[in-house]
Design a protein around this ligand. Sequence first.
Ligand code: DP6
Length: 331
Amino acid sequence: MSAARQVVQRILAGREFQANGTAKAYAPANIALVKYWGKRDEALNLPVTGSLSISLGPLGSHVELARAESAGDRVWLNGQPLPADSSFARRASAFLDLFRPAKDFGFALKARNTVPTAAGFASSASGFAALAKAADGLFGWGLAARELSILARLGSGSAARSLADGFVEWQAGTAADGLDSFAERLDAEWPELRVGAVVLCSDEKPVGSREGMKRSVETCEFYREWPGRVARDLAALKTAIAKKNFAALGEVAEGNALAMHALMAATLPPIVYALPETVAAMRTIWTAREAGLALWFTMDAGPNVKLLFEAKDESRVREIFPAVEVVAPFG
Ligand code: DP6
């Protein structure tokens, strides 16, 4: 039995696998302000370090999950039936295997993303989180948020952070089975905070996060500096959030993203996600900041930048980046 399936059995020990009707669930996408880059266990998506994200409120994944009439999963994405060998259907089925009560038990899964696919926000985190919630609803397990976070993590690491709204911290944990590696919401509100997606290129990325972080852990000689950096950034970010110090939040988030991209660049073979347009956007942000605008950015495993600013500056930000898609994480 796979390591992930063993963990699921431990979490679900004593619970029934009786499917009931159709379960619906929603989970928000999230963007990390202090990043997850590197695993200590690939089978269980256990991270080397903690990370801290902001959930994106209405941008996320809705799923409906039921028992299919026959064996084999049926998967729909945004209203379209998908072939079983499509990458989305295969990833979903592999995750559902963790909860499949019997080989001939097929799932009917309807997923709908409100994350605009072209906006450069990943929908895999919200997708796995919503799927974990829907499985919990379908079988009536009544799992706690921590347990759902662990289950979602087995689909994709960053999904551990998509079970809650607001600021969410994922604890790296130390246990081999990862039962102490889950994410929880921080007790903080920041209604003025805005996240803006600037899409510079929506082509498929050359190296996915999974492969990229594995390569960094194995070959980047600065990787050993990363856990210390993350620990300092997590502490500074939590202080910034507690004090609602926006400049401090922006500085930590931007610095942490650039440090992650430096690790990527020092990986062998090198991974550089930035395009000329990405560098131009960074320079535009720095110039605006020198002129007094409180604008910072973060970026993930891709060429697009996500802006961080406060509501009062939205019109100035829109003047600089007219195509920006703005999200208010606290509604
Ligand atoms: C750069 O969660 O997609 O977005 O665990 O292999 O599924 P897997 O990786 P994934 O990696 C996300 C990496 C990141 C940083 C972050 O979200 O913290």
